[in-house]
Design a protein around this ligand. Structure first.
Ligand code: 13P
Ligand code: SF4
Length: 343
């Protein structure tokens, strides 16, 4: 079995390619294989809303970054298969370090996480030692280890509001979410200059044209989008928040400004409502509202990864300990256990 012959060559191959390049017979039924592997290995598949539809459909849980980390923290499965991007799988490993956490493609990164190299971020925080450091979960384990409290898009406002008013704040790495939080909370913050390539690709001109074409459609947006997009939105929230909004709102037409993968779950939840994807700047053949990192995971890679339990996520134990505290603080504020942070 490949698992037992994990040689240096194999490790190098995974590092270089991001996944195991095993040839697969065309006749393999991935759905059947993956379901069998789930049982055989007591594995749980967690998928983000931006994953391709087949992966969402076979997952045990589909959710936003907060919901998936809550499940990862509590699962009693032996293996957590994270169908998402690297920072999400790392967060699962930090929260539940005794579990084996695997990711179908190790190269599934994130432009926000890449925009914040730990060394540069350390120099930035060292230059402002009196500031409370808040980081969006879309960052590396090393950056989380330099953080006082982590947040996700669904709890960012309550996290900022839980920080005593006299404390200055650094917010990283997403400047768009940071600007939104300054507006929502009235707090002044030093922002790191990072952004999500997918959410920055929306075209305001095309969005307004689409909105004029469907005047009854409410615009809803993810807070990683730029301020001019957010200004047009009736609702701004996380992926789970956006799904909940279209489910509970009495309107039946919506324009959705986030990664297009979310439309799969939304259409399942509200099959009778009309949903339009917000257009990206490029022409209509461009898949700019798709995150190419998220889409690196495929059913084939998922199946091979479960079979051979590779690639596996490893987090240095010192980093894991330091990164755990700010994530646990976030979970405490999110669950209502803590309302004022004593930092
Ligand atoms: P949420 O899942 O927290 O809404 O954010 C998603 C995200 O940025 C994934 O890229
Ligand atoms: Fe990162 Fe943006 Fe992709 Fe989310 S959609 S994983 S923030 S690049």
């Amino acid at each position: 079995m490949l698992l037992n012959i994990m040689t240096d060559i194999l490790k190098e191959e995974i590092e270089e390619r991001g996944y195991l390049n095993v040839e697969v017979d065309k006749s393999v039924d991935f759905v059947k294989e993956i379901n069998a592997l789930k049982k055989e290995k007591n594995a749980v598949i967690l998928a983000h809303y931006y994953q391709e539809p087949d992966i969402q459909d076979i997952a045990d849980y589909v959710g936003d970054s907060l919901g998936l980390s809550q499940i990862a923290a509590e699962t009693d499965a032996d293996i957590i298969v994270f169908a998402g991007v690297q920072f999400m799988a790392e967060t699962a490993k930090i929260l539940n370090p005794t579990k084996k956490v695997i990711l179908p493609d190790l190269k599934a990164g994130c432009s926000l996480a890449e925009s914040c190299p730990p060394q540069e971020f350390k120099a930035f925080t060292d230059a402002h030692p009196d500031h409370i450091v808040v980081t969006y979960v879309n960052c590396s384990a090393e950056v989380k280890a330099l953080t006082d409290i982590v947040c996700t898009s669904s709890n960012a406002v309550s996290i900022i509001n839980a920080i005593p008013k006299d404390k200055p704040i650094i917010f990283a790495p997403d400047k768009n979410l940071g600007k939104y939080l300054i507006k929502e909370t009235g707090r002044d913050m030093l922002l790191w200059d990072g952004a999500c390539i997918v959410h920055e690709a929306f075209s305001i001109d095309k969005l307004l044209t689409l909105s004029a074409e469907y005047p009854n459609a409410k615009i809803i947006a993810h807070p990683e989008s730029e301020a001019h997009i957010l200004q047009t939105a009736t609702y701004v929230g996380s992926t789970a928040g956006m799904i909940n909004f279209v489910k509970t709102d009495d309107h039946d037409e919506f324009i959705i400004a986030t990664e297009a993968g979310i439309l799969h779950q939304m259409m399942k939840e509200v099959p009778n409502k009309k949903l339009y994807a917000a257009p990206a700047q490029e022409d209509n053949t461009c898949a700019c509202s798709e995150c190419h990192f998220m889409k690196m995971n495929t059913m084939q890679k998922l199946c091979i990864c479960m079979k051979h339990e590779l690639p596996e996520i490893h987090v240095d134990s010192e980093i894991q300990k330091r990164a755990l505290l700010p994530i646990e603080r976030m979970l405490d504020v999110s669950s209502g256990k803590v309302s004022v942070l004593n930092l």
